[in-house]
Design a protein around this ligand. Sequence first.
Ligand SMILES: Cc1cc2nc3c(=O)[nH]c(=O)nc-3n(C[C@H](O)[C@H](O)[C@H](O)COP(=O)(O)OP(=O)(O)OC[C@H]3O[C@@H](n4cnc5c(N)ncnc54)[C@H](O)[C@@H]3O)c2cc1C
Length: 501
Amino acid sequence: MSHPDAIQKIVILGGGTAGWMTAATLAHLLDANRVSVTLIESEQIGTVGVGEATIPPILLFNQMLGIDEKAFIRETKATFKLGIEFVNWGGLGEAYIHPFGDFATDIETLPMHHHWLRAKAAGYDRNLFDFSLMVQACRRGRFVHPVTNNPRSVLAGVHYAYQFDASLYAAYLRSYAEQRGVKRVEGRVASVDQNSETGFVESLKLEDGQSVDGEFFIDCSGFRGILIEQTLNCGYQDWSHWLPVDRAVAVPCEKAGPALPYTRSTAHGAGWQWRIPLQHRTGNGHVYCSEFISDDEAHATLLEGLDGKPVAEPNFLRFKTGHRRKFFDKNVLALGLSAGFMEPLESTSIHLIQTGIARLMALFPDKRFTQVDTDAYNQRTLFEYERVRDFLILHYVATNRDDTPFWRHCQSLPVPDTLQQKIDQYRSAGRIFRESNELFTESSWLAVMHGQGIEADAWNPIADRFDGSAMIERLDGMADIIARATEAMPEHEAYIQEMIA
Ligand SMILES: Cc1cc2nc3c(=O)[nH]c(=O)nc-3n(C[C@H](O)[C@H](O)[C@H](O)COP(=O)(O)OP(=O)(O)OC[C@H]3O[C@@H](n4cnc5c(N)ncnc54)[C@H](O)[C@@H]3O)c2cc1C
């Protein structure tokens, strides 16, 4: 028997990464004979045109759609990503890599860094990052897929994501979705019809006179938020007092040398610059705070930091960090930039689209649009946003930089209680807890806190029950295995060339 209130007509407004990720998922999971999916986009308006670095859960998204990795790597000009290098963040001249995956393995049920902290207090001088397989692979420019047939192999612990051309990814998903029945309508939405009593959206009117009606509308219209904001006036929670950067200028450049298996983020005087290596070019952008630097200066700084000739005109973007007060309201759900935005420092935006889609699937509405489910979607999304926000703020507050007015301003930034508690707990005894299903793992928090100079005063006293010199031998053994394993990995660029040949 069919659900008595099942939705039969879904309309997606917007054909950027968010729109096509949503369309591809709906095309894959819904029965096209029962539910029609229409996507409206306007070539005249275009997409935001950036968003190239991702995090490991994207593998699950592609696998869910049944996408062949080789074809995907070829079509989207993708490279592999093992982490992000942060240069000049903790202090000028300093650098560390925030890797995917864990630091070695737990030792006798304790995270290994507690043993390392204890050994360090006794004079052990091996760097914590020697215990990360991904950091060591990045430093050597190596990559290999995880070993799947031997869980005991150190290479079973490879964690990776992709760096890709975002517009090629959207095009790839568009073709996937259209082949499975999604109807694409070209045109610009000029007005929105709402039910006069309930305020529910009923149809979208395009400039050319077409009308597209639906029962459920997914707003992927980008920063404009045509349905969630311009129509339903959900309001925006501004987080710029916590994360003050508000502009970006992006420009791709020619490649210089083999593509590295990681993204780089270099802190500047009033923001930071990304460098994302793809197969055919390098993506770059300078994210900055307009209160402390002009657009022209920001552009000039970006150009100085390129490692090849620019291959396109600069793309200037403005944003306000924060999120809609409601992500889901009445029969409209916002995904992507229309839902909210946090700077791309940890490559989280595409991931937030993915988890929004996953949450939508878990709470898929029927025509009743029950408030309890709408509220559940909003609460869970807010929790996820707040924890990502805390992790981003950490990068600005865990620093000894005070060399420019921007960095001095960062020293006075308020710290959310949830973040302060994480920092205090780590300082006190090296302890880190991942709350509920927050995105970043204990290892991620450890990498950034340690990488940016937060020192733990002590360790979990349980570590004391092990013999000190035996533990140092064990730690050395782990780091040596990681060093040998990464030396034996193939060179990243050559690996990709062989894969797509
Ligand atoms: C500077 C910067 C760097 C970023 N870097 C990363 C990164 O490295 N990693 C990452 O994960 N994310 C990154 N992001 C975020 C990422 O780019 C976005 O999350 C992603 O592209 C999704 O965008 P979108 O589809 O929501 O919006 P858009 O790409 O803006 O698409 C909006 C769509 O709506 C359509 N539209 C709008 N109005 C109308 C209308 N009236 N009628 C018809 N159609 C309409 C447009 O035509 C377009 O198709 C970055 C973002 C910025 C700003």
